[in-house]
Design a protein. Structure first.
Length: 117
């Protein structure tokens, strides 16, 4: 995208960037939060995997509380700013909960058909 104007600050020309981070929230040049949502969902998937690997308890309530404690803050930080209205981005965020539940059920054999032998 070609810049229409150049901006300077104290005599230094500011460079054009495709994304900017403010208060740890990424925003694109088109004023969309898709890059931010992709980053936080990726971080949350990693953290959810760590919770499942580190917690040996197969108590569902304990794992849900661990997820709420360690994973949800990543998703909830600054949500009034970046809250998505796009169905695709909403599904991207919600996919984490489905993936965590499926992985938990598979690991601990709490679903019929997923029981460990």
């Amino acid at each position: 995208m070609a810049a229409c104007a150049t901006y300077t600050l104290y005599g230094n020309q500011l460079s054009l960037v495709s994304e900017a981070r403010d208060l740890d929230v990424l925003i694109s040049m088109q004023l969309l939060f898709k890059p931010h949502i992709n980053v936080i969902v990726t971080k949350a998937h990693v953290r959810a995997g760590q919770v499942l690997r580190c917690f040996l308890s197969c108590d569902t309530e304990t794992l849900v509380r661990a997820c709420i404690t360690y994973v949800h803050p990543l998703l909830e930080y600054c949500t009034p700013i970046w809250s998505s209205y796009s169905l695709g981005m909403i599904q991207c965020v919600e996919s984490l909960q489905r993936a965590f539940t499926n992985a938990r059920d598979f690991k601990f054999g709490t679903l019929v058909g997923h029981a460990k032998s």
